[in-house]
Design a protein around this ligand. Structure first.
Ligand code: ATP
Length: 237
């Protein structure tokens, strides 16, 4: 594993206003994610996984402490700078894959590259390559309504990977998939992690996901309970 640090979380606390009071969702979290890690935030419901993932994706800011993504302290970024940071460096995969229904598979994957100002020919090459990574190059001109659940999540992976981000944040990406499709997309993500050195961070309860991870970051009641390096139990060839 390389030593390049992608995300550094330093003494991060997150409080939400609730009525007249406050609720502490994260308390004094410290962790670093490096290039090519395949890691997961795990812990019971309400332990703070999604709140931390949102901060690591620059979708939300800490109340106290620093979140440093690609050497930028996200608390110091404007709205526009945060959007740029996300667009250049971070891919997102969610439980619900949110493809735009009026656009084709190709156009759904292409969108981030239009925002980056890439030329038509650069976009075509990158989109077709990303669709090949997930085995869907033949579906490029189909609308999302023609896809199965597993295929929809594969398009979401292609959409996250097409810009070759430094990190992919995946919030319960297998929650709506059967076991066969879940294993297939996990294997695809693990192969991309190996080949492109992209860092992946999952938020998950799913034992199937955990079988592929090499680091488990356990949260409990908003605190970092323990952080362990593990040997993956699922095999990827
Ligand atoms: N915007 C908000 N306002 C108030 N409380 C919030 C807000 N967002 C999250 N919380 C609270 O913070 C705590 C942590 O929530 P979070 O969604 O991060 O947990 P989680 O570990 O991802 O849970 P799950 O596995 O159920 O998704 C919960 O108690 C939740 O109710």
């Amino acid at each position: 594993m390389s030593n390049k640090s992608i995300i550094k979380i330093e003494n991060v606390t997150k409080r939400f206003k609730v009525g007249e009071g406050e609720f502490t969702a994260l308390e004094n979290i410290n962790l670093t994610l490096k290039e090519s890690e395949f890691a997961g935030l795990v812990g019971p419901s309400g332990s703070g996984k999604t709140t931390l993932l949102n901060i690591m994706g620059s979708l939300d800011k800490p109340t106290e402490g620093k979140a440093i993504i690609m050497d930028k302290n996200i608390s110091e970024l404007s709205h526009k700078e945060s959007a740029e940071l996300r667009n250049l460096h971070i891919g997102f995969i969610f439980q619900v894959y949110n493809l735009l229904p009026v656009y084709t598979v190709f156009e759904n994957v292409e969108f981030a590259l239009i925002l980056q100002g890439k030329s038509t020919s650069e976009r075509k090459k990158a989109v077709m390559e990303a669709l090949e990574w997930v085995g869907l190059e033949k579906m490029a001109n189909k609308k999302p309504s023609k896809l199965s659940g597993g295929e929809g999540q594969r398009v979401a992976i292609a959409r996250a990977m097409v810009k070759r981000p430094d990190i992919v944040l995946a919030d319960e990406p297998t929650a709506n998939l059967d076991a066969e499709n879940a294993h297939a997309i996990l294997k695809t993500m693990k192969l991309l992690n190996r080949e492109l050195k992209t860092t992946f961070l999952f938020s998950t309860h799913d034992e199937k996901v955990m079988g592929y991870l090499d680091r488990l970051i356990h949260l409990r009641d908003g605190k970092l309970d323990y952080d362990e390096i593990v040997e993956p139990t699922s095999i990827v060839l």
